[in-house]
Design a protein around this ligand. Structure first.
Ligand code: HEM
Length: 448
């Protein structure tokens, strides 16, 4: 469907006459919070997001004083929201294949996605008319399941996969000269068991919110808008964040029962964020449009939960290298103490085992490389043998995947004690363009 066709779904003058005329205020902007009677807060949120531009880029790093339900984060800013934003509780992630070959239609889609995403993150419907108004003979411009729900801290983050630039050796959308060197399909790692139907994609949308229905509503409406131009290739729901990206958040637990995110890069450490997350202007001659953006590594990691659950506590702690109760390193101290990898026990064995996960991934054992992890737990039902299809949907933002992810994952695949209980079933890499100011569209510098 072209943009023109999409616009045709909205009421023409005649159609508008045939339906009750919109009220002077409100009807053209169906605010979900308006329906809850707190429209004032919504307008403040929208104004903050809209007027913010780059100046508000840092606001996302602090917890909003609003309650989790009514909280909004600015859509516009120096960086996209949903990276440093304190991790919300729920995720709907979708990778899309672009099915049009027209660069103009792709750009138009990104423009329409920008408008809809800016609205939905501020608690408004995806379209101006709303889910229950507009011409009776046309599909509504919002699907309706978010009516009456507050914005729930929704953030929507967009990314571009390597296949947007080049697919099967062929150039796409006139973009190959702008493909950064680091934006290549991730290599095959030892012990990967990837499902192609859960891997890769031309575009990605990460929707995070404190209400699953809000996250699903966001992805669903973006998919609806994309009709005829891009289609969902695969998607993943997540719950119970497995990381914190802010010191204001308690460290959550993954499905192995361990605290996860203790040593994560946190928003309150701007030097670490600059060093490990944002792509600098001089990173790559082809990828200058990505300055201020990031790379998103996506791995769907299944856990053999039933086998893990039969391991003694001592073995579970040995494999992670931290205590299960507090998450403290096995070399002592409390949760945030640094592990001392030189310490040995009475048997002369290292207190943090040679194949313990935290030893393998700690920055001091990887040339200082860190990443901003933002993953989620998932359970996608069970198989006919009663085994849960469950694990960790690993999301990590890095400045350079070739230095911060690939070598570390190579090491993990070969020698991590944890990998015995894991199977990587999905994989993707996306370039996450920088944030935009109001009036621009997401990814605009790439097409400029
Ligand atoms: C299901 C798979 C995984 C589980 C259950 C898991 C679990 C954990 C746990 C419990 C910690 C300690 C707490 C913390 O500092 O956050 C940790 C740390 C960490 N993990 Fe994982 N992890 C998994 C996969 C990965 C992968 C694939 C990578 C990257 C290739 C990774 C990179 C890291 C890093 C960088 C740290 C911080 C280590 C430090 O600085 O001490 N993890 N992980």
């Amino acid at each position: 469907m072209t943009s023109t066709q999409y616009l045709r779904d909205q009421p023409s003058e005649t159609e508008t006459e045939a339906t009750p005329p919109p009220a002077k205020t409100g009807r053209t902007q169906v605010s979900r919070r308006g329906l809850l009677g707190v429209a004032g807060a919504g307008l403040v949120g929208l104004a903050a997001g809209a007027a913010g531009g780059y100046a508000l880029g840092t606001e996302e790093t602090t917890e909003s004083p609003q309650s989790p339900g009514t909280r909004t984060y600015p859509f516009y800013g120096e960086h996209q929201a949903g990276i440093l934003t304190p991790v919300q509780d729920r995720l709907h992630f979708a990778a899309f294949d672009v099915i049009t070959s027209s660069r103009g239609e792709l750009v138009q889609l990104l423009k329409e996605w920008t408008v809809a995403a800016a609205r939905m993150t501020q608690g408004l419907g995806a379209g101006e008319i709303g889910p229950t108004s507009g011409p009776y003979g046309a599909p509504p411009d919002d699907t309706g399941e978010a009516i009456g729900l507050p914005p729930a801290g929704l953030t929507i983050t967009f990314g571009f996969g390597p296949t947007l630039f080049r697919k099967e050796g062929k150039s796409r959308f006139g973009l190959p000269d702008r493909q950064p060197a680091a934006l290549e399909r991730l290599p095959h790692f030892p012990a990967d068991n990837l499902d192609p139907q859960r891997s890769d994609g031309d575009l990605c949308v990460q929707a995070c919110a404190d209400d699953p229905q809000i996250a699903v509503h966001a992805v669903r409406n973006l998919a609806r808008i994309a009709f005829g131009r891009a289609a969902i290739r695969w998607s993943q729901l997540g719950f119970g964040r497995t990381s914190s990206t802010s010191t204001s958040q308690a460290t959550p637990r993954n499905l192995m029962g361990f605290k996860d995110g203790t040593m994560n890069v946190k928003a309150e450490d701007p030097a670490a964020v600059d060093e490990h997350v944002w792509v600098p202007a001089d990173a790559d001659s082809k990828g200058q449009w990505l300055a201020g953006g990031s790379y998103l590594v996506v791995r769907r990691i299944n856990m053999t939960i039933e086998i893990w659950d039969r391991q003694p506590l001592s073995e579970q702690e040995r494999i992670i290298g931290r205590t299960k109760a507090e998450g403290a390193p096995l070399t002592g101290g409390s949760e945030f103490s640094q592990p001392d990898f030189t310490l040995t026990g009475s048997d002369d064995e290292p207190l943090v085992a040679a194949d313990a996960h935290v030893r393998m991934v700690h920055a001091s054992n990887n040339g200082g490389a860190k990443m901003l992890r933002r993953g989620y737990n998932f359970v996608d039902g069970s198989d006919g043998l009663g085994r849960m299809d469950a694990g960790l949907f690993f999301l990590a933002y890095v400045r350079d995947p070739g230095k911060q992810f690939i070598p570390i994952q190579m090491k993990l695949g070969l020698g991590d004690g944890l990998s015995e209980y894991l199977q990587h079933t999905g994989s993707a890499l996306f370039a996450i363009p920088p944030g935009i100011a109001q009036g621009e569209y997401v990814g605009q510098p790439l097409f400029a």
